[in-house]
Design a protein around this ligand. Sequence first.
Ligand SMILES: Nc1ncnc2c1ncn2[C@@H]1O[C@H](COP(=O)(O)OP(=O)(O)O)[C@@H](O)[C@H]1O
Ligand SMILES: [Mg+2]
Length: 270
Amino acid sequence: MESLLSQQARNAGLGSWQQPGRPLIVYRGICKSFNQQVVLAGIDLDIYAGETLVILGRSGSGKTVLTSMLVGLTIPDAGSLRVGDLELTSLAGDEDWRELRLRTGYLFQSSALYDSMTVGENVAFPLVQHSHLSGEEIRRRVREKLAQVGLEKVEHLEPAELSGGMQRRAALARSLALDPELIIYDEPTAGLDPITGDGIGRLIRRLQEQLSVTSVVVTHDLRLTQQVADRVALLYEGRLAYVGTYEGFLHAEHPEAWRFLRREAGEART
Ligand SMILES: Nc1ncnc2c1ncn2[C@@H]1O[C@H](COP(=O)(O)OP(=O)(O)O)[C@@H](O)[C@H]1O
Ligand SMILES: [Mg+2]
C-alpha cells in the first residue's frame, strides 16, 4: 500500500525505500563523542527494508545515540549514514530532514504523550501538522491507528487515565499516524510488566507483518528480542560486538554476548 507520504516523498526526490537486496540504512565508520567520552568508535551496519533489527547493549552503551541519528536528533562526528537515497551527513536543508522524519515513526524511550491533549488529539497531532486531511478524515484515521495498536474508545481520555502499557500503545499510534515506512522503537517495554511487554512485542511483530515496515528496536530486554528480532546487533564499547541472527547470538563467541545473556536472563524487564 502506498503510504500517505511516500508518494509525496518520491516527488521530492527521496526515492523508494523498498529496493530488494539493497540495504535501506547503511552506517559506515560512524563515530560520536561527547566531550572526552567516545560513545561510538566506528560503526558499520546495514539494515534491510522489511526486517526487524534489534539493537542490544547495556545501559549507556550508545543505543539511543546510534538510532536517534536516523532522524537527525544526533549528528555523527565522522562517517557516513545513508537512509534510502539520502546521505544524512550532508543533508542540505530542513526540507530533506522534514521528509525523512515524516517517513519515520520514532517511539521515544518514555512514551512522551502530550499531557494537555486527549489521547485522540495526541494521535491526530502529526496529521494536523503535516497533512491536508479534513477534520473528519483525521478522526477516521485516529480511530484506525488506535485500533491498529489494540486501543478503542479511548480518544476522549487524558493520557494520565491510561495504564503504562496503554500509554505506550497510544504513543505508538501517534508514531504510526503518517504511515511511516521505518519505525524506531526506543526501549518499548521499559518499565512494563512481562505480560504487558509481551503484548507490545506481539504488536511490533504484527505491525511489521501487516504494514511491511522496517523496524529498529532498541532494548536490553531479551524476551522482547526473542519475540521480534530477525537480526540482532550488540553494541559494546563503541563498536558492534555481534551482528546476526538471534539464534547465533545465543552462541556468539564474544564475551560481552555471554555477559549480556547471563545478566539479562536472570533479570525482569527494567
Ligand atoms: N547529548 C548528550 N550530551 C552528552 N552526553 C551524552 C548525550 N547523549 C548521550 N550521551 C552519553 O552517551 C552515552 C550513550 O548514551 P545513550 O545512547 O543514551 O545510551 P543507551 O544505550 O542507554 O541508549 C551515555 O554515556 C550518555 O551519557
Ligand atoms: Mg537509550
